[in-house]
Design a protein around this ligand. Structure first.
Ligand SMILES: Cc1cc2nc3c(=O)[nH]c(=O)nc-3n(C[C@H](O)[C@H](O)[C@H](O)COP(=O)(O)OP(=O)(O)OC[C@H]3O[C@@H](n4cnc5c(N)ncnc54)[C@H](O)[C@@H]3O)c2cc1C
Ligand SMILES: C=Cc1c2[nH]c(c1C)Cc1[nH]c(c(CCC(=O)O)c1C)Cc1[nH]c(c(C)c1CCC(=O)O)Cc1[nH]c(c(C)c1C=C)C2
Length: 477
């Protein structure tokens, strides 16, 4: 039987789905539809003639766990091993992370000693927060905010300073609105299983079978904490694009899906700017809100759930300075929302990945991230905020927070509109209801992408693969 599968959205999720679909002999045709003029989605690197690379989206991928190892397998299959740039666990970019509190940079403890002593900005040793976890009662609600959970189990200071910042540094989100169960499912499970989160995590561990390969062995032996690629992470989406085109996937750029209609024989009629195509099955990697606007009227309850999964806007400002101008060495620093709601944090890119620095003369590359869940509240409508204003805020942050006085030699401002999905309290209920609707109505539809079950590159790649396997009835791992 001829079977046509359409993948909507050519970010890392859609590309990975194509990569696995094309290997299946029962699929006769795979078509990728991408609205913009390039593939990769938020995976986006700028390369300069002098060898400098600037990331506007993801910049580091973790090798650990099933999801990290799964990505490394794909990297090997794509022949990218020689392009990997690992950061080792004992490197300052792995060990040193900072918080900017009370107008001062504070290094987060990376050893037992730092947890046993009182170190600023905290008013007591951090281990005392852990003691509370052993006596705190188990939560009584099905879901709660990350801030409420941490306050209940570890105290308000940890929640206000560390967890507030962490949620900004991963989700660009507000820990008071984000769901513990959806964002950190291992913490939710740990409390349910052992009552003490610390005990639950210590005895838990991932029971899924761990993939293995030469590259995975190397990453374990060399103790990598994260990795990137020569010329930036966009090298990964480019390799996937080349691979799927070679294998015969039909790739259509500048081709947004405009609407979806269900045919009488349970297929999709996919409406495009010019004409339409019919698909036996659709993989949507589109942001949930975008998909909600494309569905036909019979799916209005599902569309209502999808429309509630919103995303935060992040301004990403890359700055390059002449010489080594850094006062500290590390991964970067985060800024809790009480210190400054709009400045999320600064990544010290040139320390983790000096290979991305320009050739010839020394330079420092930083990325200032702004906005997130606070964007509209503080900066107003993203469509009317000027690049000059964002650049000014970023340069002032580098000056005030890192003492960098000079003028940057190069700047790039990107406004990533609605780029990180926000799994707010109740997310698990919304996704359950969405997946139930698809099953109940026997829709030939698979949902992949950052909107549902994890925002990291690893999660997107793993969930796209799992979703393809599920369609073909292959066992899950
Ligand atoms: C600033 C930033 C920093 C990040 N840092 C990290 C990091 O360091 N490490 C990490 O692991 N993760 C990081 N992430 C997260 C990760 O990069 C993303 O979650 C991931 O790239 C999302 O991929 P995706 O394919 O699911 O979605 P997307 O990249 O959003 O892809 C969806 C695609 O669909 C297309 N599209 C939209 N509408 C339509 C339509 N109607 N028809 C057809 N196509 C359409 C879009 O143009 C896009 O190409 C970061 C994200 C951002 C934004
Ligand atoms: C300041 C804003 C942001 C910074 N990075 C991101 C934002 C919104 C996005 C992001 N960062 C990470 C991920 C993937 C998560 C994963 O599960 O792998 C995403 C989507 C990685 C990450 N960055 C920080 C942490 C603690 C993590 C989790 C994984 C890990 O421990 O390595 C902290 C952090 N992010 C930023 C800065 C400046 C910073 C801390 C110093 C930038």
């Amino acid at each position: 039987m001829q079977r046509t599968v359409v993948v909507a959205g050519g970010g890392i999720s859609g590309l990975t789905a194509c990569y696995h679909l094309i290997k299946d002999v029962t699929v006769s045709k795979v078509i990728l539809l991408e609205a913009s003029s390039r593939l990769g989605g938020w995976m986006h690197s700028t390369r300069s003639d002098d060898g400098a690379t600037f990331e506007h989206g993801p910049r580091g991928i973790r090798p650990a766990g099933v999801v990290g190892k799964n990505t490394l397998c794909m990297v090997s299959e794509l022949g990218l091993e020689k392009k990997i740039l690992p950061v080792l666990r004992n490197h300052p970019a792995s060990k040193n992370r900072y918080l900017y509190v009370n107008k001062t940079l504070h290094k987060l403890p990376s050893s037992i000693g730092g947890v046993l002593r009182t170190i600023p900005p905290f008013t007591k040793p951090l281990f005392t927060c852990g003691l509370r976890d052993f006596v705190a009662p188990r939560g009584s609600t099905e879901d709660e905010s990350i801030h409420d959970f941490i306050t209940r189990r570890f105290g308000k200071e940890l929640a206000d300073i560390v967890i507030d910042s962490l949620c900004r540094g991963v989700f660009a989100g507000d820990s008071r609105a984000l769901s513990l169960r959806a964002c950190f499912p291992f913490l939710y499970e740990a409390e349910r299983k052992k009552r003490s989160v610390i005990l639950g995590m210590a005895t838990g561990g991932d029971k899924r079978p761990q993939p293995d390969s030469e590259l995975i062995k190397r990453s374990t032996q060399e103790k990598w904490s994260q990795w990137s690629l020569q010329d930036g992470l966009q090298t990964l989406s480019e390799a996937l694009e080349e691979f799927i085109k070679q294998k015969g996937v039909e790739v259509h750029k500048n081709t947004p899906v405009k609407a979806l209609e269900r045919t009488a024989d349970n297929r999709w009629k996919i409406l495009l700017p010019e004409g339409s195509i019919t698909a036996d099955h659709l993989f949507s990697s589109l942001p949930a809100k975008v998909l909600s606007q494309l569905l036909p009227p019979f799916a209005k309850t599902m569309a209502a759930d999808l429309s509630k999964i919103s995303s935060a806007t992040v301004a990403v400002v890359n700055l390059e300075y002449d010489g080594d101008v850094m006062p500290v060495s590390g991964f970067g620093h985060l800024i809790p929302s009480f210190e400054d709601p709009v400045l999320l944090g600064i990544v010290y890119d040139s320390l983790a990945f000096p290979e991305h620095n320009r050739r010839g003369s020394k330079s420092t590359r930083l990325t200032v991230m702004l906005g997130g869940a606070w964007f509209e509240r503080v900066l107003g409508d993203p469509d009317t905020v000027s690049a000059e204003k964002l650049l000014h805020l970023a340069k002032e942050a580098a000056k005030e927070q890192l003492g960098i006085q000079g003028t940057p030699s190069r700047t790039i401002v990107n406004l990533n509109k609605t780029c990180i999905p926000q799994y707010t309290v109740g997310h698990y209920k919304r996704t359950e209801s969405i997946f139930h609707f698809i099953k109940h109505h026997n829709l030939p539809l698979s949902l992949i992408g950052a909107s549902y079950e994890g925002v990291s590159v690893n999660d997107c790649i793993y969930n796209a693969r799992k979703s393809v396997q599920r369609l073909f009835g292959k066992p899950k791992d």
